[in-house]
Design a protein around this ligand. Structure first.
Ligand SMILES: [Zn+2]
Length: 710
């Protein structure tokens, strides 16, 4: 058996619609109710004067055809005759329907207590089984009043798309007592038809009390309450030693305690608290979320959920097409003279299909050049070199992008696709609107409600604070989007103190107060270790500014230790080697220091095993799930979506694949971590968390569950 959360209505449509009805002496009630739901198979009401009353119940029960008809009845002589008529009537339907007849063996008029119990048990088991197979409609027309009452109770406990009745005058005119099955396959006369009216009683969800452990018994499932279901012969039900009716009644009595027990069990078994509202979901849905792994089927669900991303480099957002657009924006603003000078400079790279010398960035757009001049040369390349040659020299030469730091080109191969973005173009004011557009497109496509971008304004301008203000003015928050900024210090920088001073002025600037939220150390870890920078970081510590540090990305846990102890990191970028130092792992868990994991980037830089990528077969398992199960706070991010050709939703899917499956429940809890560990002020964070708590609850509770048998 497989349990799925439906993420679209197609799944639901594939389940059969089952009409469950009890039957007494009058078999004609079966065509009457059947035709009310499925006029294509039996057009009894063609001449009815108020056809809308039938459309109405079809709509209310979301049922427009019946695939299976289940008849529950006793073994009396009368009902046996009725069954024969129903079988004949079924064979005359315009399209076939699967008929299953369930008979309470050795019962007759259903008047003794024993008979009542017997048939009640059969009704309960039938409705339970039907709800596990398909979408169930129950009919109250037919059989003794006690049988109708039992069916109604079963429907309200196990759930039904609709509980219906057919109202008819009493006494019934002779014409509607016709015993000829052919009569019931043709339209009734208008006079007869108008005497019959469908009545909608209600729709019920499966009760939560069925879906928790109770007295050491597992949730209610038909496996424990067998029922034979042949559609070629009659199914005789004999009582056995177990009673579904009794267990359900006792569960109802213990209802309050049961739900409390379930929540206590959940609280005990999990190390990360999920969105608070989600604990209000029915236990069955929670169990489905806990036992279903995130995979491609759920991409629309992950996309629909408003997410937070905490580790995303400004320079890594544009893909090649966007980079070219940005290049054109700059190019158009250049004078003819500037254009021809830039063209002259890049002339050696213009030869078609040539592979550029690996060090071309430091030759043509060296970092000591003024930002505005770098942007003009970058634009010249982006506009005048064939797209295919750009792709070759920015992306293709770094393939396969797996474990790049172990290859000869090292970390620079990871960064290569971003050589013409970020600081290479952001020095030009005309690049900014295009860049902002790319950021907005990215968050819209991925439904990112909260994005912490990180970048190095001192690389984009000689007046970095002015640059950051201009950037902030154009990157606007909206009702559904929040942007914050983290200032990055590059490990390769020689003027560390100066950069930190510049950043400190930005933190002190009133106009940037609600925008710049933290400080980061990035770049090739082999260049310098965190403790060498401890004294330079003092102003940041003094001003109590949140800190995140790129560490443990292929380097030893010693670097992570230094980031935590020498640089007071609140978060760690990557931190993939944390588990190699168990005492540090424990410390991280206790202090709630959060890891920012970036699955695609981590494969590209360090290399991890991905079952769908043959280049990764020699690499070890991604540590995300193991860290998560040990209680480490962590988030999922892209690092550089344009460079890695990835998106945030795909990163969640990849994380699950690399981990051998992450449950949907844990996925939601990881999404929550993105907000919990954001660098915004606690008061605002609480507001944001509450808002998305409610929104995510609404999204999840709208995904109906079904249980399917294979
Ligand atoms: Zn990074």
């Amino acid at each position: 058996m497989k349990q799925n959360i439906n993420i679209n209505t197609d799944d639901k449509k594939n389940s059969p619609s089952i009409l469950v009805a009890t039957l007494g002496a009058t078999w004609q009630v079966i065509p009457e109710i059947f035709a009310a739901l499925d006029p294509d198979k039996c057009n009894l009401y063609k001449e009815h004067d108020t056809p809308e009353c039938f459309h109405n119940i079809q709509q209310l029960s979301d049922t427009y055809s019946i695939d299976e008809l289940w008849i529950i009845t006793s073994q009396s002589k009368n009902t046996q005759k009725g069954i024969e008529q129903i079988q004949l009537w079924c064979s005359g339907l315009k399209k076939p329907v699967s008929l299953r007849v369930l008979i309470a063996a050795e019962t007759d008029q259903v008047t003794s207590a024993k008979e009542l119990d017997h048939i009640r048990e059969l009704i309960f088991r039938s409705v339970l089984k039907a709800t596990e197979i398909g979408n169930v409609i129950c009919s109250l027309a037919g059989g003794r009043k006690t049988m109708s009452a039992d069916l109604q109770r079963a429907a309200s406990i196990f759930g039904t798309q609709g509980l219906l009745h057919i109202v008819a005058p009493e006494p019934l005119p002779d014409s509607l007592k016709c015993n000829d099955y052919i009569f019931w396959n043709r339209p009734l006369t208008p006079e007869d038809a108008k005497l019959l009216l469908p009545a909608w009683i209600g729709r019920y969800n499966r009760r939560e009390i069925l879906d928790t452990y109770w007295n050491n018994l597992p949730p209610i499932h038909s496996k424990r309450f067998p029922l034979s279901l042949s559609n070629t012969e009659l199914n005789y039900f004999h009582t056995d030693s177990i009673s579904l009716v009794d267990e359900v009644s006792e569960r109802e009595r213990d209802a309050q305690k049961l739900l409390g027990n379930y929540l206590a069990f959940l609280a005990e078994s999990e190390r990360h608290e999920n969105w608070r509202h989600l604990y209000r979901l029915p236990p069955r849905l929670i169990e489905d979320l806990r036992t279903t792994s995130l995979d491609e089927r759920f991409k629309p669900l992950i996309q629909a959920i408003p997410k937070a991303e905490l580790h995303c480099h400004l320079g890594g957002i544009p893909d090649l097409d966007t980079q070219i657009k940005i290049g054109h924006a700059i190019w158009k603003g250049m004078t003819k003279q500037e254009q021809s000078y830039a063209l002259e400079t890049i002339y050696p790279l213009m030869q078609k299909k040539s592979i550029w010398d690996w060090n071309w960035p430091s030759t043509y757009i060296p970092r000591n050049l003024a930002p505005i001049d770098r942007s003009k040369i970058s634009a010249a390349l982006l506009v005048n070199v064939d797209r295919s040659d750009l792709e070759l020299n920015l992306f293709d030469v770094t393939q396969p992008r797996v474990g790049l730091i172990h290859q000869t080109k090292g970390f620079s191969a990871y960064e290569r696709p971003g050589e013409l973005t970020g600081s290479a173009v952001l020095g030009h004011p005309l690049a900014i609107p295009c860049y902002i557009q790319a950021i907005n497109d990215y968050v819209d496509n991925e439904n990112i409600a909260y994005l912490e971008l990180r970048g190095s304004p001192h690389k984009y301008s000689n007046a970095p604070i002015g640059w950051l203000k201009a950037f902030r003015d154009q990157l606007k928050d909206s009702d559904t989007r929040m942007f914050r900024f983290i200032w990055i210090l590059d490990r390769r920088a020689s003027n560390t103190k100066e950069i930190i001073n510049e950043a400190m002025s930005a933190f002190a600037d009133e106009a940037l107060r609600n925008f710049i939220v933290g400080f980061d150390l990035a770049g090739d870890e082999s260049q310098s270790s965190p403790h060498e920078l401890a004294s330079a970081f003092l102003p940041i510590f003094e001003a109590c500014i949140p800190v995140t540090i790129h560490a443990g990305e292929g380097q030893t846990p010693e670097n992570i230790w230094q980031a935590a102890y020498n640089l007071n990191a609140d978060r760690i970028g990557h931190g993939l080697t944390l588990a190699e130092k168990p005492s540090l792992l424990t410390r991280f868990r206790n202090k709630g220091i959060c890891l920012e994991l970036c699955p695609t980037s981590n494969i590209e830089v360090i290399g991890f095993y991905d079952p769908l990528n043959s280049n990764t077969s020699s690499y070890s398992k991604y540590p995300l799930k193991s860290l998560w199960d040990q209680g480490i706070s962590l988030t999922i991010n892209t690092d550089n979506p344009g460079i890695s050709n990835s998106g945030l939703s795909d990163e969640y899917l990849l994380a699950s694949r690399l981990s051998g499956g992450i449950s949907l429940w844990d996925t939601l809890a990881i999404i929550k971590q993105g907000y919990v560990h954001s660098m915004i002020d606690t008061a605002l964070r609480e507001v944001v968390l509450k808002r998305y708590d409610k929104e995510i609850f609404d999204i999840i509770s709208n995904y109906k569950t079904t249980r399917k048998f294979e």
